[in-house]
Structures are given as structure tokens and as C-alpha cells.
Design a protein around this ligand. Structure first.
Ligand SMILES: Cc1cc2nc3c(=O)[nH]c(=O)nc-3n(C[C@H](O)[C@H](O)[C@H](O)COP(=O)(O)O)c2cc1C
Length: 154
């Protein structure tokens, strides 16, 4: 599972997924991150999406070539996927894989962001999408949804 998390929600989803199945977790860590608290994160993060920024990432642990099935996890930022995911796709474009998506939002629709991601990853077989609302705020309920989702992956 390749994922980015600023505030811990996608991280919660990733950790919960890894409790359910043997999943290698590749957390993307940009060298520069927005402030985690306060309104400034929306300004900083929103701007980075609008300007299509691709921040440099810390070294990766895994090689995408070793996997047939990939889960991509991300928080919705300004109706898109966040810049760290953009960097990954740019530097490690992949195709021919089964791709599942876990998208976290604060309640807005994840559809636009998911479609943008699909457009950027042509040639893959896109399977189920799990949309979650700030899962770390409702851990028990979200854990059930995440575990069901993971159980459905073959
Ligand atoms: C820069 C920025 C932009 C965001 N844009 C949206 C948005 O367009 N729609 C939405 O529902 N939530 C938006 N959110 C909220 C996050 O998607 C949501 O809280 C998510 O669960 C955070 O995941 P994380 O804790 O893994 O970072 C935004 C958050 C940030 C920091």
C-alpha cells in the first residue's frame, strides 16, 4: 500500500489494513510538509495542489515492480490527491496492476480526486474504492469498513 497522510487518518487506515492482511506499507514522506495544525495547512496544501507541486520524498522502502496488486491511500486535498502522491506517480509510473484506492476526506466527495488519480495511472485495472470520512475520528466504525474492504481483495 502506497500512501500519504498528513494528519493521521490515512495512516490509521493503512495500519488497520495491515492488521487484516500481510500488506507492505510504503508511507510517502515529503521533505517539506505543511504545518499540521491550524488553517495554514489548507492554504499551504491547497496551493501545492493548484501548482501541481511534486515535493521530493524521503527514500522509499519497496519497489513497485515487485507487486501485482497495489492499494493507493491518500487524503483528498482540494478535490485532488496530494502532492506526495503526484511525486510518486511521476517518479514511479506503473501499469498492468490491480489498483485499489482508499481515499479519506473531511466529508467532501472523493470522486473527483479518485478520477484524477485514475487518469494519471492509465493501463491499470482499477478495482474497488473505499471512501472514508476522517477515519481516525471514528476508529471503531472505520476499522470495520477498512477490514471488510481488505477482506475483499484477492
Ligand atoms: C490542504 C488540505 C486540503 C483538503 N481538502 C479537502 C477537500 O477538498 N475535501 C474534503 O472533504 N476534505 C479536504 N481536506 C480534509 C482531509 O482530506 C481529511 O481530513 C483527511 O481525512 C485527512 O487525512 P490525513 O489525516 O491522512 O492527512 C483537506 C485537508 C488539507 C490539509
Amino acid at each position: 500500500m502506497i500512501y500519504y497522510s498528513l494528519e493521521g487518518n490515512t495512516e490509521f487506515a493503512a495500519q488497520t489494513a495491515a492488521q487484516q492482511a500481510d500488506i507492505d506499507l510504503e508511507r510517502l514522506i515529503p521533505e517539506k510538509e505543511p504545518p499540521k495544525k491550524g488553517f495554514r495547512k489548507f492554504m499551504w496544501g491547497g496551493r501545492s495542489v493548484v501548482f501541481n507541486e511534486t515535493p521530493r520524498l524521503d527514500p522509499l522502502k519497496y519497489s513497485i515492480g515487485d507487486y501485482e496488486t497495489v492499494i493507493v491511500g491518500f487524503p483528498v486535498w482540494a478535490s485532488s490527491y496530494p502532492p506526495a502522491i503526484a511525486t510518486y506517480i511521476k517518479e514511479h509510473p506503473f501499469s498492468g496492476k490491480k489498483v485499489y484506492i482508499i481515499a479519506c476526506s473531511a466529508g467532501g466527495s472523493c470522486e473527483k480526486a479518485v478520477n484524477k488519480l485514475k487518469d494519471k495511472l492509465p493501463g491499470n485495472d482499477f478495482c474497488e474504492v473505499l471512501s472514508l470520512r476522517d477515519p481516525a475520528k471514528e476508529k471503531e466504525k472505520s476499522a470495520g469498513l477498512i477490514k471488510n474492504f481488505i477482506a475483499g481483495i484477492d
